[in-house]
Design a protein around this ligand. Sequence first.
Ligand code: ADP
Ligand code: MG
Length: 349
Amino acid sequence: MLADKHQERTSLEQLGEFGLIDHLTQKFPTAQESTLKGIGDDAAVINHKNQTVISTDLLIEGVHFDLSYMPLKHLGYKAVMVNLSDIYAMNALATQITVSIAASNRFPLEALEELYEGIALACKKYGVDLIGGDTTSSTKGLLISITALGEHLEEEITYRSGAQPNDLLMVSGDLGAAYMGLQVLEREKEVFKVNPNNQPDLEPYSYIVERQLKPEARKDIVELLKQLEVRPTAMIDISDGLSSEVLHLCKQSKVGCNLYEDKIPLDPTVISATEEFKIDSTTVALSGGEDYELLFTIGQKDFDKIKGNPNLTVIGHMTDASEGAHLITRSATKIPLTAQGWSSFSESE
Ligand code: ADP
Ligand code: MG
């Protein structure tokens, strides 16, 4: 699971900055009609027909990712997903990205090649163009900043602020898996430190580990909603845990919310992992984070259109702001939602 120390190493100095940029970006054809000029000039040129949405994220080694269990190819892929997820959360379609990296001399060319392989895979799969970036050195570790651009018609862009009382609160996919995947990887890392010859059996955890290492942004949900002719009234992506995102929707839309514990979608492997780790599954869904699912509200009139769709779950409804935001537990107790979930979350973050 740890990096193979015997692979080829071409130092970054050998290539120089321009050689490195050329080398890393050579396999990035542009496909979007709106990309007039990609990599290679002082700036890229874009011609979006609709409104442009932009989002940026900065990822720092040791803070946002740990290379002892995160293969660089996965890191490149995930870094793109994190950004595309923000574009889809505006109900827009992603069109271009820029990628900026700072790497210390610990990273040979081969490592950055792997990172860019993951970025290329993500671009291809999601149909976005890499149109630029910046490359520099760092004194310590690896930093990646990605900016994603997307576009949509003015009236279709969905903000966090549009939810109304009585709207249904919906979530795509299932929650908590990425957090439990991280728990498994952290545990195996500790085992590896003690006994490097121990090969972990991650097979029973493949779904949750994959959700941590190789998340997918929900472009399919944006397309599905369009196809069903459902326009969400408000939307946000779940990066920090369900409860924190519900509170963002409530605050920005000036509404309250009742969220039902028994409706929160959990994969069976998440439930078994929470039992093994002796953590409460609701706490994991509420506070775990990195799910990159979409949380959105719809008018009640649209319920028939989404009813029974296996990708979408109604988990609650919005209320008047004066009622506040609450979790209705399985035993029908009403508990105020906090950004940390509803009970004090464990010390791990
Ligand atoms: P400048 O000095 O004008 O900023 P650079 O020499 O840094 O230009 O970059 C040359 C071209 O390569 C530009 O189009 C830039 O956007 C692109 N580029 C630089 N670094 C990266 C990178 N890490 N990933 C993708 N494109 C990059
Ligand atoms: Mg530059």
